[in-house]
Design a protein around this ligand. Sequence first.
Ligand code: NAP
Ligand code: ZN
Length: 351
Amino acid sequence: MAIKAYGAFAADKPLEAMDITRRAVGAHDVQIEIAYCGVCHSDLHTVRSEWAGTLFPCVPGHEIVGRVSAVGGSVSRFKEGDVVGVGCMVDSCKHCHSCDEGLEQFCENGFVGTYNGPTEDAPGHTLGGYSQQIVVNDGFVLKISHPEEQLAAVAPLLCAGITTWSPLRHWNVGPGKKVGIVGIGGLGHMGVKLAHALGAHVVAFTTSEAKRQDALDLGADEVVVSRNEGEMAAHANSFDFILNTVSVSHSLDAFTALLKRDGTLCLVGVPEHAHPSPDVSALIFKRRSIAGSLIGGIAETQEMLDFCAEHGIVSDIEMIQIQEIETAYERMQKSDVKYRFVIDSASLAKG
Ligand code: NAP
Ligand code: ZN
C-alpha cells in the first residue's frame, strides 16, 4: 500500500512529497504508524550526499516514535496500540560476535540503517521516518514508557540520546568525573542532560555565546565558549572524558590539551571533511586517547529510554511541519536549533 513520505530525488534537489510502499507485515514484523520523527544532522549529511554512497530517492529520519498498527504472527513483545520507537537501525545479521553481545551497531556483516541501508524491499534501500508508516523487525523496536504528552520530545532520544548515552556509559561517566560536551546541538544538549543525570561534573563547550545560559539550564555546571582561548586554558589537563559532537571539521588539539593524563576525547560528529591530523605529542606525553563511538546497541537503547523515563528526561524540541524541512535544515546548518527539530508526522497527510 502506498503511503506518504518526504524525501529527495537527488543531492541537489530539495525534499518533496513522494509516495512510497512498505512491505507486507511478515511473521517477525511490527508495523508502526509514525507520530513524530526527529531531524538529525546525519539526515542532512546523507540527503545532501556529504558522505559517500547516498542512494536516491532518499527518505531520511531515524528518530521515530509511533503506535503499533499490526504485528506478525511470531511477535509476542508488541501488540496493536503500543507506543514504540525506532532508532538508527532496522536489522543486523543477529549471529556475529557484536550482535551476540547486543552491539548490533558494530555488526560484523553490516547493520541495516533505518535509511540508505540494504534491503529487498522497494526501491532496494531502506527509507526512513519522514513517512507515515514503517515496518520493522521486532528485535529493532523499542518500548516507550514516557507519558503521552512527552512523546514528541522522546523521538530525539532514539539517535541523539543513545549516541551520547553509549559513550558516557562505556567510559564510566558518573560521580567524581569531570566531563566535557563539545557542540550544544541535538546530540550535545542530550549529552549535557545525560552526563548531569549520571552524576558527573559537566562542562559544556559551545561556539555560540547565546547558548551560555541555556547550557547551564540543561544541566551543565560550567560553560566555556570555545573561541575564547583564556576560558579554554583555565581547564587545561583537567578532564577525564570529553565527548565531541561537532558536525564540521575542526582542530582537535584545543580539546586534547584539556584532558588529564589517561583522559579520552571521544568523537561522535561525522563531518563531511576530515579533521586536521592531531598533535600526537599531546597524546603521547600524557597517554591521552582519541576515540570514536557509533550510536548504541538495542539493549542499551532500551536501557537509556527507561533511564530517561524514570528521570523525566526528554529532548528540548521545536516542532515543525514536514513542509518546513528545508528551512529547518538551513537553521541546523547555522547551529540555530534549540535543540532538536521534530516533525509532526500528521503534516505528511497534507502532501
Ligand atoms: P547539530 O544539532 O547540528 O549540532 C552540531 C553542533 O556542533 C552545533 O549545534 C554547534 O554547537 C556545533 N558546531 C556547528 N558548527 C560548528 C563550527 N563551525 N565550529 C564549531 N562547532 C560547530 O547536529 P547533531 O544532530 O547533534 O549531530 C552532530 C554530528 O554527529 C553530525 O555530524 C552527525 O552526523 C553526527 N552523528 C553521529 C552519530 C554517531 O553514531 N557517531 C549519530 C548521530 C549523529 P555550538 O553552537 O554549541 O557550538
Ligand atoms: Zn542521527
